[in-house]
Design a protein around this ligand. Structure first.
Ligand code: PLP
Length: 463
């Protein structure tokens, strides 16, 4: 299986190359040259597989012959070993034909563990084979940082530098990162905001000499392997509820659109999906797109669902590529227009075809709290604010005959203040995580200055 760029002007890469490259050199995103197709018979056979075994089957379709099945099996076992629930991604019934897919039983209590735990294993495997070492740099406003750290801690071929804005991430989120003691993990508190952190990471990648000197890599959500690992839980949930004979729908609280796009991939591969319902907070660029066919960026407004405070949904480019029948030059024009003017529009036909598959809705913080309250009153189910956006938009858009599966993306204890103010209940951190509140923290500090940071990274690596 080879990988091509959504903008059509970057080299075709193998799975392993796409894994360690991340963003394509033409600014596009890598996707498989064609979608692997899974027959109904194959899906029926998959029904008997547990989560880890299913992840091997799905990932093998994307890795092709670059990684042996035996190696993939070992990686999948290690990737999901630290999940607290034996089913890894259990379904919980909320109401008739309404389900929650709990994706927060991983080590950092958010769905990002599903992709990043596998990605860490893949990186180590591929780099051990080639004898390379990589320096991963990333910026985080919360969930991504801890999930990436948990995924690569202790790996021999990888050093990770994670930048977070000093004083601007929650206590739980910071401690999940800074209490990790493995020698290959380096946290840096940057004197600035999240945008400063992201800008610094971008500048390091744009500095070709530094990029080559360090062999920089990224693990952000545009990495194809992250999307691939997320495809698994769409199959797993739908097969549990009767697919392929039964069609299902999904509702997904969205930011970068990586999670929804994994569902779109499952559907391209043959999984019968009727609807995708996309949820946003007041940073509702996706909702406005699905209401109009025009993508137009606004300022980011902080909300009680910080992991969805995003105005540019980078993975949406992969959907545009599919929707145009893989017309890379049209995608390129739209993306150029978006970066020059902050907007672009699709044609009426393209919009009509998207509208049958996708519905979207957005919630204010007040509406999100009301939904959390409602669910707690009705079912005694404590839900995190991101996932509550999912249950709310699902209820508005669902068709009663089709099972609706809402993806719960974070554990309520990750956002205790929002949960408490909505329900009056303080969600306790699971005991396997609670030690972080007393453990010693380790992090460096830096001004929002590129030269300083580059020197800091060199110094840390040479000691
Ligand atoms: C990252 C994240 C999201 C958004 O996921 P995307 O793949 O960026 O759309 C939603 N909820 C939580 C809790 C997250 O951490």
């Amino acid at each position: 299986m080879n990988y091509v760029s959504t903008r059509g002007q970057a080299p075709t890469l193998s799975f392993n190359e796409a894994l360690t490259t991340g963003l394509a050199s033409d600014g596009g995103l890598y996707v498989p040259e064609q979608w692997p197709v899974v027959s109904a018979e194959q899906m029926l056979a998959w029904r008997s597989l547990d989560y880890v075994a299913l992840s091997v089957e799905v990932m093998a379709l994307f890795t092709g012959d670059t990684i042996s099945r035996e190696d993939l099996g070992a990686m999948a076992s290690r990737a999901y070993a630290d999940f607290a629930h034996p089913a890894k991604a259990p379904l919980v019934q909320l109401d008739h034909n309404q389900w929650i897919l709990e994706l927060f039983h991983g080590p950092t209590l958010a769905f990002k563990d599903f992709a990043l735990q596998f990605l860490g294993q893949l990186f180590d495997h591929v780099l051990l084979k080639s004898g390379e070492r990589r320096v991963i740099v990333g910026a985080t406003s919360g969930d991504t940082g801890s999930a990436a750290i948990e995924a690569v801690r202790g790996l021999s071929q990888v050093e990770l530098f994670m930048l977070h804005p000093a004083g601007r991430v929650s206590d739980v989120q910071r401690r999940q990162m800074t209490t990790v003691t493995d020698a290959n993990i380096h946290n840096i508190a940057v004197d600035g905001d999240f945008d400063d952190c992201q800008r610094l990471v971008k500048s390091m990648f744009n500095d070709a000499a530094f990029r080559d000197e360090m062999s920089l890599s990224a693990v952000n959500s545009i990495n194809w392997a992250r999307v691939a690992a997320q495809v698994v839980y769409y199959f797993h949930a739908a097969l549990s509820l009767g697919a392929p004979q039964r069609t299902v729908s999904f509702a997904v609280p969205s930011g970068n659109f990586g999670n929804v796009f994994a569902g779109v991939v499952a559907r391209e591969m043959g999984l019968p999906v009727e609807q995708f319902v996309v949820g946003s907070n007041t940073n509702d660029i996706l909702t406005r797109f699905f209401a109009s066919g025009t993508m137009a960026a606004n300022e980011v407004t902080p909300s009680i669902t910080p992991s969805m405070d995003i105005q540019v949904s980078s993975n949406f480019e992969r959907l545009l590529f599919e929707m145009t029948g893989r017309d890379a030059s049209t995608v390129r024009q739209w993306m150029e227009s978006f970066s020059a003017t902050g907007k672009f529009s699709v044609s009426a036909d393209q919009y009509a075809s998207l509208s049958t598959l996708f519905q979207a809705g957005s919630l204010t913080d007040e509406q999100t709290r009301a939904e959390m309250h409602r669910l707690y009153q009705q079912s005694a189910y404590l839900i995190d604010p991101h996932s509550a956006i999912g249950t709310s938009v699902a209820r508005d858009a669902r068709r009663p005959d089709t099972p609706m599966i809402v993806l719960a993306t974070a554990h309520p204890a990750k956002f205790p203040d929002a949960v408490n103010s909505a329900t009056g209940v303080h969600p306790e951190l699971p005991s396997r995580v609670s030690h972080i509140m007393a453990a010693e923290e380790h992090f460096g500090q830096a001004p929002a200055d590129l030269i300083f940071l580059q020197q800091h990274i060199r110094t840390v690596l040479s000691t």
